[in-house]
Design a protein around this ligand. Structure first.
Ligand code: SAM
Length: 261
């Protein structure tokens, strides 16, 4: 299931994904298929409360990740970082702080409202010396070959209709030895074909999710090395979606590490 089923209209899906995230950018408290914001990040994803409290609300209140990529490994001082769908930029700013004044953190996102929030947050945090925001997609990253030390990804690979292409882009921009810190929704069993073909379920971050084994195989098959799950998170706990499926959602968040040989 690394490519979406032919019955799913990918243009319609892209429109739906963009509309969903424009709504989160405009009205972050309006409700989503999993919890959003700083309290969720601390309570369910093990982010550090003090570190988040030091960031502008423009990024933390729109956070909509499903794991915690910054727990996967350390960001070295001076690192070049790319978040390939950064949303409002919470991980991006944390990574920029870790990389220090010699580091560079670039965020790419499809949704204008998310990029605007990330840029506002970077300005408020005094990080414009090292943070850049670019319009773009993770299918065609606006970055040079072998130019990045760490690619960050949180809650977005599941949204990609063509996952080999997205991972191919990550491999292209990573320098040899560069690392992927990825968090995504994973499944504990394969979905029924009807669920795979539902644009609603794709936009809810479940229809396009993979099992742990399929995700690790996909990363490896696309040329990444030593791919492994490092941590798991109950990102859907307490949501309407979990209640709708009577706790039988079979989906959760996972941190995954891989590197370019
Ligand atoms: C679940 S949110 C996660 C955002 C962010 N990583 C975070 O942790 O808050 C998904 C993000 O992916 C972006 N997105 C969806 N499809 C994309 C694509 N093809 N290229 C780039 N960004 C995309 C959306 O605009 C949205 O900001």
């Amino acid at each position: 299931m690394s490519r979406c089923p032919l019955v799913l209209d990918t243009i319609h899906l892209n429109r739906q994904v963009r509309a969903t995230y424009e709504r989160v950018a405009r009205a972050p408290a309006s409700g989503f298929h999993f919890r959003t914001g700083a309290a969720y990040a601390v309570e369910q994803l093990r982010y550090d409360a003090a570190e988040l409290a030091a960031l502008p609300a423009a990024c933390t209140e729109r956070f909509s990740g499903v794991g915690n990529p910054l727990r996967i490994g350390t960001i070295p001082a001076g690192a070049v970082i790319l978040d390939h769908a950064c949303g409002a930029g919470m991980d991006l700013l944390l990574a920029a702080k870790a990389a220090g004044p010699q580091g560079r953190a670039t965020g790419v996102d499809l949704t204008p409202g998310m990029r605007a929030s990330a840029l506002r947050a970077a300005a408020q945090a005094g990080l414009l010396d090292r943070v850049r925001l670019h319009e773009g997609t993770f299918e065609d990253l606006p970055a040079d070959d072998a130019s990045v030390d760490v690619v960050i990804s949180n809650g977005v690979l599941n949204l990609a209709p063509d996952k080999p292409r997205v991972i191919g882009e990550i491999v292209r921009v990573l320098r040899p030895g560069g690392r992927l810190f990825l968090a995504d929704v994973v499944l504990d069993r394969e979905l029924a074909q009807a669920a795979r073909a539902s644009a609603d379920l794709w936009a809810s971050c479940i229809g396009g999710a993979l099992t742990e084994g399929a995700l690790v195989d996909l990363l490896t098959g696309c040329g990444l090395h030593d791919a492994r799950i490092t941590e798991r998170f109950e990102c859907f706990a307490g949501t309407d979606l979990a209640r709708k499926f009577h706790g039988q959602l079979h989906a959760y968040g996972a941190n995954v590490l891989a590197s370019r040989p």
